[in-house]
Design a protein. Structure first.
Length: 148
C-alpha cells in the first residue's frame, strides 16, 4: 500500500507504545511521513472572571503538552516525522484533522481496552475514530505483561 502520511495519535499513556512502534514501521516500510499528534483538552474552557491566576493556565497546559509531544520519537531510524498539537475533544479533533489534511492515508491509535462499566462511562475514543474517520484506522492494544 502506497501511503503519503500516517497519523499516529497519542495521549502519552502506556497503551500507546505498540501503536507508535507499528506506526513507525508502517511509515518506514511505505516511505510515508509519520504525523505524531496529541489532542490537548483544555481543563478550563472558560476562564473569564476567574482572576489573573487562571489566565495563563491554558497557555501553560499547551506548552506542557507541546513539550511532551516534541519528546515522542519514531521507534525506527530514518522515518520522516511531523508533529501536530490539536485542541478539542480527542476523537473529534483526530477525525477533523484527518479530514482537513486530505493526505492522511491511515490513522494508528493505541487503545486502553476498557470494558464493561468503565467503557460505558468513559466511552471509546478509538471506537469513535474508527466510526468517523475518512481513512483506515488501525488500533492496537498494549500486550498484557505476564507476571512471573
Amino acid at each position: 500500500m502506497n501511503m503519503r502520511k500516517i497519523l499516529y495519535a497519542t495521549d502519552f499513556s502506556d497503551c500507546c507504545h505498540a501503536a507508535l512502534a507499528m506506526a513507525s514501521s508502517l511509515a518506514r516500510d511505505s516511505g510515508a511521513t509519520l504525523v505524531i499528534a496529541h489532542v490537548h483538552e483544555p481543563a478550563f474552557a472558560y476562564t473569564e472572571g476567574l482572576g489573573a491566576a487562571y489566565s495563563t493556565l491554558p497557555d501553560q497546559e499547551r506548552r506542557d503538552a507541546q513539550q511532551l509531544l516534541d519528546a515522542v520519537q519514531p521507534t525506527l531510524p530514518d522515518v520522516a516525522c511531523e508533529r501536530c498539537l490539536l485542541e478539542g475533544t480527542p476523537a473529534h479533533a483526530i477525525v477533523e484533522f484527518a479530514e482537513q489534511a486530505e493526505d492522511i492515508d491511515m490513522i494508528v491509535l493505541g487503545t486502553h481496552g476498557r470494558t464493561g462499566i468503565s467503557r460505558a462511562l468513559m466511552g471509546s475514543i478509538a471506537e469513535e475514530v474508527v466510526r468517523n474517520a475518512p481513512c483506515p484506522v488501525l488500533t492496537l492494544k498494549e500486550p498484557v505483561k505476564q507476571s512471573k
